[in-house]
Design a protein around this ligand. Structure first.
Ligand code: GN1
Ligand code: MG
Length: 365
């Protein structure tokens, strides 16, 4: 039994569930928090219980205050649109004492959500499903357009600051505390050679060409639940990194993950490339929702959004490998190195394909 598993049932019993929790199963999606399905005597899970990773989210109270505020806003919007707020918005369940967290005796922070069933959480999608995910993220973004961004805490400072990601990576390479750099020098040098590209978004935020608004910041395909039958978007999940950001971050992270021809940790690099048809399908769905709210620089910057979100993820995986795999959960030794090789292969491919990606987004101007 893992460290978190010791406390699952005790934590589950602390929440104001409609029926008594009877059993649990670990959910293996997600690289950061510990997530469990909670069953209440039925075949399908009734709730989601999560232990927040407080090594990474150092201020769990502000984090939950962000999520609470955003979900309340989304619920109101969903009701106005005639939707079902319990299905289309993550429903937070409070503890029996009315708190957002249960804190276990070791100081672990636990929170609970209603579990949605008959939905898909995918790591790969066909074209139509990917298009639907673009509409769903686009719609989410639109619903939050009038949310007061200044009230949101920065749950992870500089989360998508590519320049500071580059600097952190460079520092990890220089420190090389485990002597792992020698075996991946080629990859390190390739990553470091992209320094000049890192400030693309920040430079344009500084001039006002790119706006700051409320963004999700972790828009990979498995962070939107899709209807099992229609494959349409149901609910955007994993709101831990909802913060002020650029629309390029949200577009870019979806492309990094979903328009890649392979999974994030595929090790046969011949299988890993940027699928331009998927890129176009996603751009279409996303811009159908959001084009009117975007500046020309934002539309033209979408390819660089994809590039930099992939680059950041690559150097974060590689930096984590060098410093001893303390951030992302790994499933085998060397997992982070494999993930980094994969992401940087996508970068090498995008180095060739950026002109075509730019041509695609121009069609939507
Ligand atoms: C993490 O936990 P998950 O898988 O939703 C990470 C993202 C990365 C992603 C890579 C808070 O997200 O930034 O892009 O892994 N989340 C955090 O798959 O660091
Ligand atoms: Mg997630």
């Amino acid at each position: 039994m893992s460290e978190a598993e010791k406390f699952v049932m005790e934590a589950a019993r602390a929440f104001d569930f409609e029926s008594e929790p009877t059993s649990f199963e670990r959910c293996n999606a997600g690289h950061i928090n510990d997530t469990f399905f909670i069953f209440c005597g039925e075949e399908l899970p009734a709730y989601i219980l999560q232990r927040v990773n407080t090594n990474i989210f150092k201020d769990p109270e502000s984090l939950m205050a962000n999520i609470y505020g955003v979900c309340e806003h989304l619920r109101k919007k969903t009701v106005e649109e005639g939707g079902d707020p319990d299905r289309e918005v993550r429903k937070i369940i409070l503890t029996k004492d009315g708190e957002k967290y249960f804190i276990d005796e070791e100081g672990g922070y636990w929170r609970a959500y209603l579990c949605l069933n008959h939905v898909l959480c995918l790591n790969e999608a066909d074209r139509e499903t990917f298009y639907n995910s673009a509409k769903a993220f686009g719609h989410f973004f639109k619903q939050l357009a009038d949310y007061p961004a200044e009230t949101l805490a920065e749950t992870i400072p500089n989360f998508h600051n590519s320049v500071s990601r580059y600097n952190d990576f460079k520092a990890a390479v220089e420190a090389d505390p485990l002597g792992r750099a020698a075996e991946c020098r080629d990859l390190i040098d390739f990553a470091l050679s992209k320094k000049d590209k890192c400030s693309y978004i920040l430079d344009r935020i500084a001039t006002g060409e790119i706006k700051l608004c409320v963004t999700h910041n972790d828009t990979k395909l498995n962070n939107v639940l899709l209807d099992e039958k229609t494959k349409e978007g149901v609910c955007v999940i994993d709101l831990d990194t909802v913060m002020p950001g650029s629309i390029l971050y949200d577009f870019g992270d979806s492309i990094r993950f979903g328009a890649s021809s392979a999974k994030e940790d595929e090790t046969d690099l011949d299988k890993v490339y940027m699928d331009l048809e998927m890129f176009e399908i996603y751009a279409k769905g996303f811009l159908e929702e959001l084009r009117p709210t975007m500046t020309e620089a934002e539309v033209l910057g979408l390819p660089m959004g994809a590039y930099l979100m992939t680059y950041e993820t690559g150097v974060r995986f590689l930096g984590d490998y060098l410093t001893g795999d303390t951030y992302f959960k790994i499933h085998y030794p060397g997992h982070n190195l494999d993930r980094a090789r994969n992401q940087l292969k996508l970068i090498a491919d995008m180095d060739k394909k950026l002109p075509e990606m730019e041509e695609i987004v121009r069609k939507f101007l």
